[in-house]
Write a protein that binds this ligand. Structure first.
Ligand SMILES: [Zn+2]
Length: 116
């Protein structure tokens, strides 16, 4: 039986991780960048700190000590609409995924080959 890389096929390609800096390519926040605070893999989306705020109108709820009013909260940005910003060359880049000697998976900037 041939040993094939089945695992790779099953994995959801994860280009973006929490803590990454990304730049938004499309939509309301196009051109802005920020830090990823959450990755929603099922939805193929990310939450980016300070970006894509939506206003939420909330009623006061004294039971949980919440004041009413307008709250602002980050909302999801679809992953295809963002690009990772390379920590080394600070440019929005595509990343290659690699497995290095000790089995660790790294991502590599396609522009400057920096691994992160
Ligand atoms: Zn780079």
């Amino acid at each position: 039986m041939a040993k094939q890389a089945v695992a790779v096929k099953d994995r959801i390609k994860q280009r973006i991780r929490r803590g990454d800096t990304v730049i938004v390519r499309k939509g309301r926040e196009a051109g802005k960048s920020g830090k990823v605070i959450r990755v929603l893999r099922q939805k193929d989306a990310v939450l980016v700190q300070g970006l894509n705020y939506v206003k939420k109108h909330t009623r006061p709820n004294p039971q949980i000590g919440r004041q009413g009013g307008v709250m602002e909260k980050e909302s999801m940005i679809r992953m295809p609409n963002v690009m990772v910003v390379c920590p080394q060359c600070e440019a929005p880049t595509r990343v290659a995924r690699k497995t290095i000697e000790d089995g660790k998976r790294v991502r590599e900037c396609k522009k400057c080959s920096y691994q992160f």
